[in-house]
Design a binder for this molecule. Structure first.
Ligand SMILES: O=P(O)(O)OC[C@H]1O[C@H](O[C@H]2O[C@H](CO)[C@@H](O)[C@H](O)[C@H]2O)[C@H](O)[C@@H](O)[C@@H]1O
Ligand SMILES: O=c1ccn([C@@H]2O[C@H](COP(=O)(O)OP(=O)(O)O)[C@@H](O)[C@H]2O)c(=O)[nH]1
Length: 960
């Protein structure tokens, strides 16, 4: 390997793009050296990119990273790129080139509704291509210049091409621009693009609400438009799949393609899929109103990485997933059954170099000269927007009118140039807006114009790139008054062209750009016309040093956070998300091998089945489509009805001992399991009874419960203040539960509650605070299922008079992390004399005195509230069987039978153990928790049902 210490990287893999190679063993990460944490990996990638750029610069003396991409140049950059990238990648070693010596770049399929070029038909098989307008196209035009990728663009060419000749000719013309067309017919464009995208999603995502559904127009119902939307997304997916090659990254763009991630992943789960939204994502309260709200969220969640312009949009999306789908929102993203979809903010930028360089072009200089002359003696204010209701064009013009009303001194000295690029002209709302704007402009020009000059120059057309740059350069004040705007690149472009003039940017606080350019811009609420008018006056009179300072802030941002950076960062994070998922999968245990577990069960002589209750033996109650967070389903835990039969069979098998070990109170277990022949261990094993016997306590001696009252006090306080939260006053622990409360409020309250507990009542108490996903539990130190199991086991062995060692253990549960010590307790490796469990048993045999298992009167459905008896945990576990006679069933209601005297203590044969457990006969299994110490996984209690039924039926066949 030639690369050793450049930029601090070592190892024998290609440092170029570590994700380019599918070398399985390292999770696609290029050899053994993938750093384990995400941030470490991303930092390394960033360094690599920096190095690449430096290398390119020093290699040929030019910064090729920002090629001017005019229409003709769309494909020229490739040749230049290939040469310099090849040289760079050669340094990186083997695997960085194809066989014919060309550099290996990551293939990137960019999928967006609109191609960067729109097609105009000139003849049966001739087409001309024009660059499309809009921020998405502007931003993504940089992609061919990003050396890391070999980008191809898949999208609609903006035109209906019904005939094969036309389609072939257009595909060929587009191929030269590295574009691949998706052919959508007129009807689908009408329903999908004009209808669902631009009449439903667009206004909704910009807080303009849903349109009234036209009940008479059945062909334009929400449902028919949504169906067309899905069909169109499927058509995009088909084209992607046709051109996809293994290892490609597929980057889906915008609200038009929210169904695409799902279509792609359903076709092939290994495709790396990213989705980026260019518009705002609204508050979940807005998204909730959309009839297809859940379908859309779920299909976006199929992507590996979901990106937004701002943290606010990302936060809204996560909150929509938690509130509408009932999923878990984490700082990393959204988690659904262990699958994480990463959600993050990736603020877009522009190719600032392209604008800065353009100002030097003679053609632009000439434009600048003409414009300066034309508007000499007047301050120029500029608006550049697509003619869209979100841009707040009427509001802008009305604010300008108000400014003129209140500032007569500026009447002949200021002009507003408004470029209004026609867009979505087939949608009636856009047609109405055009007339409305024309009307207002006419009125104001009539009111304030003179024979020689008008205050507003309004253009219903787009400008070419050079004309636009010139306009930006001569402007004194740019006026961006979007009512909502994903980012707004016009504000960036203006700043990039203002190095000499240092004009003022008045920017709506509702544009994503307000978050990045807020420090330098004058932020306004576009709905407040008075405020905007005052800002215009302030900007016109702003002292030069303030203008300069403000400009400098923004200029630095715009030139540092470029579109290239944005694209590289997104793709790099997408690659990394896939690596992360692979690492997670590797850390996830395999599914329970049901056949093997059944086979071993049948072969063994003395089996122990330990079963959790909540979410293990209870019914799955979440139903898709319902609001997860706030529907009260079932408050009381109930045994899954389909488990009754298999449980009965298993409990009646004389070679099998079944224990239900739960955090629940005794009365809950009595109620659900009282009729079975099994053992019940309530409150994390602190209470124990065989169903024919009475409750006894296995609580360790010296269990301090002094903290209870003060914690209860705090829990009561928070329960009163958190609608639909409740608290369980158990005998050995207190649980504050907010699973039915508003998720976000519940979480905030839980945080507050915890802070209060830690700094107040329990700061010095010997308690453990256990956080569940929607609960906070306080227990005395040492109250865990794993700690209780040795005492439970001791009692069972005594009571049953077991003489045959246990040779099969199945331990299944949806246990909290704290209680997962039960899985490790039985690990055969740990049963080694030097290991913990067996060593504990031996230790217990030496000090086996003073066993106190205090019986509790059984109360049927309601267990008594009793004082907490103290027992010595170490003494309840027998160690050697041979020195004791089999103990008759002791779990009777009599005090004497349960409270064993020292001479009752159980001892064991030297070398023989109560557990004769081999690795292949131990099945620990977590239900629905992928981060677990268990050996195996089952997804839900439905899988537990399937498994236990199989176990029971195999065992009854064997006995028949
Ligand atoms: O293709 P059209 O329907 O004519 O619309 C043009 C584009 O408008 C939207 O642009 C957004 O993307 C910009 C870049 O991220 C962002 O700055 C701006 O705030 C957004 O409005 C739309 O999202 C694109 O899909 C359209 O192509
Ligand atoms: O005549 C014009 C006016 C504007 N634009 C471009 O359209 C984009 C508008 O992007 P923005 O993010 O401001 O809003 P969008 O239209 O995407 O909502 C910018 O890159 C402008 O340079 C253009 O190509 N021709």
């Amino acid at each position: 390997m030639k690369w050793a210490s450049q930029g601090g990287f070592q190892g024998d893999h290609m440092p170029g793009n570590i994700y380019n190679h599918n070398n399985g063993g390292s999770g696609g990460g290029g050899g053994g050296g993938i750093p384990l944490t995400r941030v470490e990996r991303l930092l390394r990638e960033r360094e690599l990119r920096k190095f690449n750029r430096t290398f390119h610069l020093s290699d040929d003396g030019n910064d090729n990273g920002n090629p001017d991409l005019s229409q003709q140049e769309l494909n020229e950059g490739e040749v230049r790129d290939a040469a310099s990238a090849a040289a760079a990648l050669r340094v990186f070693g083997e695997g960085s080139e194809t066989e014919d010596g060309r550099p290996l770049k990551q293939r990137l399929l960019v999928v967006a509704n609109r191609l960067p070029v729109s097609a105009v038909r000139k003849g049966e098989d001739t087409w001309s291509l024009e660059i499309s307008a809009g921020g998405l196209v502007s931003a993504l035009l940089v992609l061919p210049g990003v050396k890391e990728f070999e980008a191809k663009w898949i999208g609609w060419a903006g035109v209906n091409v019904p005939d094969e000749i036309g389609q072939k000719a257009l595909s060929k013309a587009l191929a030269e621009k590295r574009c691949i067309p998706v052919f959508l017919d007129e009807e689908i464009v009408h329903q999908y693009y004009n209808g669902y995208c631009n009449n439903i999603l667009w206004p909704l995502f910009h807080y303009l609400g849903l349109p009234q559904e036209d009940r008479l127009a059945t062909t334009r119902s929400f449902q028919s438009q949504f169906d067309a939307y899905k069909r169109a997304n499927k058509m995009f997916a088909d084209v992607v799949i046709k051109h996809y090659e293994e290892g490609d990254v597929v980057w889906c763009h915008d609200y038009h393609l929210m169904f695409l991630p799902k279509c792609l992943k359903e076709h092939d789960a290994s495709i790396k899929v990213g989705w980026f939204l260019h518009t705002p994502f609204p508050s979940s309260e807005i998204h909730r109103t959309l009839p297809s709200r859940s379908d859309l969220l779920r299909s976006v969640l199929a992507a590996d990485l979901v990106g937004f312009h701002t943290y606010d949009y990302a936060r809204h999306f996560v909150s929509a997933c938690t509130r509408i789908l009932g999923l878990e929102g984490t700082p990393e993203g959204v988690e659904d059954q262990g699958k994480l979809t990463r959600v993050a903010a990736f603020p877009i930028g522009i190719d600032s170099g392209r604008f800065i360089r353009a100002l030097e072009v003679p053609q632009v200089q000439e434009h600048i000269r003409v414009l300066k002359e034309r508007f000499a003696g007047r301050k120029v204010m500029l608006g550049v927007d697509r003619l869209d209701m979100i841009k707040g064009i009427p509001q802008k013009i009305l604010a300008f009118e108000k400014f003129l009303e209140e500032n007569a001194k500026w009447h002949d000295k200021v002009v507003l140039l408004q470029i209004a690029v026609p867009t979505r002209t087939d949608v009636p709302e856009y047609q109405k807006l055009t007339s409305q704007v024309h009307e207002i402009v006419g009125r104001i020009n009539g009111r304030f114009g003179t024979l020689t000059a008008v205050p507003i120059h309004h253009l219903d057309r787009s400008l070419d790139f050079h004309a636009l740059c010139a306009l930006y350069a001569i402007t004194d004040i740019a006026l961006v008054t979007s009512l909502r705007d994903g980012m707004n690149l016009v504000s960036y472009e203006f700043v990039a062209c203002q190095a000499s003039k240092k004009g003022v940017l008045i920017l709506s606080e509702f544009a994503g750009a307000a978050q990045s350019l807020g420090a330098g811009a004058l932020l306004v609420n576009p709905w407040n016309i008075t405020e905007v008018a005052q800002s215009i006056a302030y900007a016109l009179d702003m002292p030069p040093d303030e203008r300069e300072k403000r400009h400098q802030h923004n200029y630095e941002h715009v030139t540092r956070h470029t579109a290239q950076d944005w694209a590289e960062t997104f793709v790099s994070e997408l690659n990394d998300t896939v690596v992360e998922a692979q690492l997670r999968t590797r850390a996830t245990p395999p599914g329970l091998p049901i056949d093997r577990a059944v086979e071993r069960y049948l072969q063994s002589k003395n089996r122990l089945l330990i079963l959790g209750f909540n979410a293990t033996l209870t019914e799955v109650l979440d139903s898709p489509g319902r609001r997860g967070g706030d529907q009260i389903k079932e408050m009381d835990l109930k045994l899954h009805p389909e488990l009754k039969e298999p449980l009965t069979i298993l409990c009646e098998d004389t070679k099998t001992t079944v224990v239900v070990l739960s955090g629940s109170e005794r009365n809950t277990l009595d109620y659900n399991f009282g009729d079975y022949n099994m053992w019940l261990a309530a409150e994390n094993g602190m209470f124990l009874r065989v169903t024919q016997g009475e409750w006894m306590t296995t609580m360790p001696e010296h269990l301090n419960m002094d903290w209870v009252d003060s914690v209860k006090h705090v829990f009561e306080y928070f329960t009163e203040r958190t609608p639909r939260a409740h608290f369980e006053n158990r005998e050995t622990s207190l649980v504050w539960n907010y699973k039915y409360a508003d998720v976000e409020f519940g979480r905030l309250q839980a945080r507050d509650l915890l802070q209060h507990l830690w700094t107040g009542p329990i700061s010095n108490a010997a308690v453990d605070v256990v956080q569940g996903s929607r609960s906070v539990e306080v227990r005395s130190v040492g109250v865990t299922k794993g700690a209780a199991i040795d005492r439970i086991l001791g009692e069972i062995v005594h009571s049953k008079g077991m003489v045959t060692p246990i040779d099969y253990v199945l331990c299944i549960g949806h246990f909290l992390g704290k209680d997962e010590d039960i899985y490790t307790f039985f690990e055969p490796d740990l049963l080694d004399p030097a290991g913990s469990a067996k060593a504990k048993l031996a230790e217990a045999s030496k000090t086996s005195t003073d066993r106190k298992l205090a019986p509790r009167p059984s109360t049927g459905k309601g267990a008594p509230k009793s004082s907490h008896s103290r027992t010595n945990s170490r003494n309840t576990m027998p160690a050697n069987l041979d020195r004791r006679a089999p103990v008759p069933n002791q779990a009777s209601s009599s005090m004497s039978s349960a409270r064993r005297s020292p001479q009752d203590s159980i001892t064991w044969h030297e070398g023989s153990s109560v557990l004769d457990l081999k690795g292949e006969n131990y099945f620990s299994c977590s239900v629905g928790r992928k981060q677990t110490k268990a050996r195996y996984l089952l997804n839900s209690s439905d899988d537990v049902v399937t498994f236990l039924r199989q176990l029971a039926s195999a065992s009854s066949v064997r006995h028949a």
